[in-house]
Design a protein around this ligand. Structure first.
Ligand code: SF4
Length: 84
């Protein structure tokens, strides 16, 4: 299954801010204390970036959003059409 949110175990401090701000409630605190959150519903991610935006450790790479290939292709296609 495709995972839209990737955590870096070393950079993430398990503060769970991303869990709290997720507009789709797809994240949950990890039952193992001190570990990054768990992505419960990866198919329901809206890719709005709220988790990444609010993460206090994003500059250290604690969290990353990975868009599916189909979304990346349509963004690139839109950019090329905008250049015409
Ligand atoms: S990814 Fe960022 S906001 Fe989410 S638990 Fe880790 S440090 Fe906190």
């Amino acid at each position: 299954m495709f995972n839209p949110i990737v955590f870096d175990q070393k950079a993430c401090n398990a503060c769970n801010v991303c869990v709290d701000v997720c507009t789709m409630d797809i994240l949950a605190p990890n039952p193992e204390k001190g570990k990054p959150p768990v992505v419960l519903y990866p198919d329901e991610c809206e890719y709005d970036g709220s988790c990444w935006t609010h993460c206090p450790s994003r500059d250290k790479g604690a969290i990353d959003i990975v868009m599916p290939l189909s979304m990346r292709a349509s963004i690139l296609r839109g950019a090329k059409e905008g250049q015409k």
